[in-house]
Design a protein around this ligand. Structure first.
Ligand code: TMP
Length: 216
């Protein structure tokens, strides 16, 4: 059976990932693809239990290294139980955040360093590299304002200092620059429909190229 396709959405707070994941998945369903939608931290029963720890507002004393390991632990479960089996079965996996979130938030935001986070995650991802990473690019000031206006509850990770989000943002831009082949950067300060169109155009293009290379 043909291997599936692995798509990740990344971005800072208030980038609009949830709605864009939803719109993309409906387009993919319309085109007849079999899709698995998931998120990090979470996506599995155990991963969602870990998410309850990392997002709990009371855990203000959660150590940065412990946080990095919790994210990687949730990811290991996610890759083994859901992501790899779905890709092996030929499905398209659409995931809201993945290892680059750890690089941006723990590596850049918490200043643990890119190499530390990469090596800490190597075992967790077990070689599962995304085929396409969609970065919804919105400056932190705009994203945080949007997030404050939304009805989503505040969690522990919404309560950081402003320079933390600036480092996360710069981290994402650095990652996109480092991996131009798998990254597409979309201006997410546009209207939802315009962002969705850009996302769809990029995904269709990536799927076309993937199909052409497997048909050779
Ligand atoms: P979200 O589901 O609303 O995007 O929230 C997830 C939060 O968790 C967000 O603030 C980013 C953070 N996060 C990390 O810090 N490291 C990670 O590896 C992942 C997956 C998420």
């Amino acid at each position: 059976m043909k291997r599936g396709f692995f798509i990740i959405f990344e971005g800072g707070e208030g980038a609009g990932k949830s709605i864009q994941v939803e719109i993309l998945v409906s387009h993919l369903h319309e085109e007849g693809y079999s899709v698995v939608v998931t998120r990090e931290p979470g996506g599995t029963r155990i991963g969602e239990q870990i998410r309850a720890i990392t997002h709990n507002q009371e855990n203000v004393d959660l150590d940065a290294v412990a946080e990095a390991y919790l994210m990687a632990a949730a990811r290991a479960q996610h890759v083994a139980q859901l992501i790899e089996p779905a890709i092996e079965a030929g499905k398209i996996v659409v995931c809201d955040r993945y290892v680059d979130s750890s690089i941006a938030y723990q590596g850049f935001g918490r200043k643990l360093g890119v190499d530390t986070i990469r090596s800490l995650n190597a075992l967790a991802v077990n070689g599962a590299v995304p085929d396409l990473t969609v970065l919804l690019d919105v400056p932190p000031e705009v994203g945080l304002k949007r997030r404050a206006k939304s009805r989503k509850g505040v969690d522990r990770l919404d309560m950081q200092q402003k320079d933390f989000y600036t480092r996360v943002y710069q981290g994402y831009l650095a990652l996109a620059k480092e991996h131009p082949n798998r990254y597409v950067v979309i201006d997410a300060s546009q209207a939802i429909e315009a962002v969705a169109q850009d996302v769809w155009r990029s995904v269709k293009h990536a799927l076309l190229i993937a199909n052409e290379s497997t048909n050779v």
